[in-house]
Design a protein. Structure first.
Length: 278
């Protein structure tokens, strides 16, 4: 934020923080603290800064950043230091107020569609990776609470899964077969549209990472080290375009069902092979 505002100042011909302070009526020390990240700019500071530098078009993006600056990048170790239940609980108010969801998950089944055993396997992996408390049962219970919103109100869920998500083995063959059966069941939900992007589909943009869009106001995505929240309108527009690009490559209805059934057969064979070895 500070570096961006410093760039605005220099672009506008203010060669020093002192010159800009004179133009705004601020203390020079305030300009320095904002530009060096030692003080957060207020929403009014941003409006003044952009007006003085001719960057009024940037105001909404910057204000969105300021409003959510504390959650733009949250390290998993800090988020999960007392276990995963608390993080799952935090999601419930956001799910309750969202009307339209757009979900892209290339490698894993979206959390709200997970079975209890699949979710437990995921949380067990999380606990081992980050060396955090293993509160799997409590975390699973909170995650499953989100499923109530699939059936309540007038929410719309637009879900895209990569075909790889049907094969990424979390929990073993039996867990995967039950999870895939669950996906077959939710295909019939009236307010859920689930497409699958086949591995052989011609793509219009690269696969990228998974993300969840909440209306057109917020995007949440996960890296291995942290959770990121995007609220800037211009960046949200990029995620909207990516989602629509993947939707054009997705298959629906019976074709999607056939892909899920093929994955079930894969895990059936795996279970049989494992049984034969034993």
């Amino acid at each position: 934020m500070g570096a961006r505002l410093r760039g605005f100042r220099k672009d506008a011909g203010f060669s020093s923080g002192r010159a800009f302070a004179v133009a705004t009526g601020w203390q020079e020390s305030k300009v320095s603290r904002i530009e060096n990240g030692k003080q957060n700019a207020s929403e009014n500071d941003i409006r003044v800064w952009c007006q003085k530098t001719g960057h009024e078009a940037e105001v909404q993006d910057l204000i969105a950043t300021v409003r959510h600056i504390d959650e733009l990048w949250l390290e998993w170790r800090r988020l999960l230091q007392t276990g995963a239940e608390g993080r799952q609980k935090q999601s419930l108010p956001l799910y309750r107020k969202t009307k339209v969801f757009r979900i892209w998950e290339p490698n894993v089944v979206w959390g709200t569609l997970q079975t209890a055993e699949y979710a437990k396997a995921i949380f067990d992996e999380v606990s081992r990776l980050y060396d955090t408390p293993g509160d799997m049962e409590a975390a699973v219970a909170k995650r499953l609470e989100r499923q109530q919103y699939l059936y309540q109100g007038d929410r719309i869920f637009n879900v895209l899964l990569g075909e790889q998500a049907l094969y990424s083995n979390h929990g073993g063959s039996e867990v995967m077969r039950a999870q895939l059966d669950r996906l077959l069941a939710v295909l019939a939900l009236p307010r859920l549209s689930m497409g699958i992007v086949p591995r052989s589909a011609q793509l219009h943009t690269w696969i990228g990472h998974g993300f969840v869009m909440f209306d057109d106001k917020r995007v949440m995505l996960e890296t291995f080290s942290a959770e990121m929240v995007v609220t800037q309108p211009r960046e949200i527009d990029i995620y909207m375009r990516v989602f629509e690009s993947h939707r054009r490559a997705a298959v629906y209805g019976q074709t999607a069902r056939d892909l899920i059934l093929a994955a079930i057969q894969h895990f059936d064979r795996m279970a049989t092979d494992q049984g034969g070895i034993l």
